[in-house]
Design a protein around this ligand. Structure first.
Ligand code: TRP
Length: 74
């Protein structure tokens, strides 16, 4: 189980106001459990945890992970 969470952090930098970072629950019941709103230039640094197994990003942002960097588009 530990390996599926890892210790890595990922970084999300908002390129516009109102970017949403949505945490989805781990386990058989996949649902939103947290929504964080970032304004332009704001950065969120987070990990996958026992509660969070997936993250959805809505809006223009740069996302950096150990797998690489991706910039979302409109
Ligand atoms: N309480 C959440 C948790 O421990 C906080 C969190 C961690 C989170 N990583 C996240 C919330 C990613 C949103 C997105 O899982």
């Amino acid at each position: 189980m530990e390996s599926s969470k890892g210790n890595d952090f990922f970084v999300i930098k908002a390129l516009e106001n109102g970017v949403n970072v949505i945490g989805l629950t781990r386990g058989s019941d996949t649902r939103f459990h947290h929504s964080e709103k970032l304004d332009k230039g704001e950065v969120m640094i987070a990990q996958f945890t026992e509660h969070t197994s997936a993250v959805k990003v809505r809006g223009k942002a740069v996302i950096q992970t150990s797998h690489g960097e991706i910039t979302t588009t409109d």
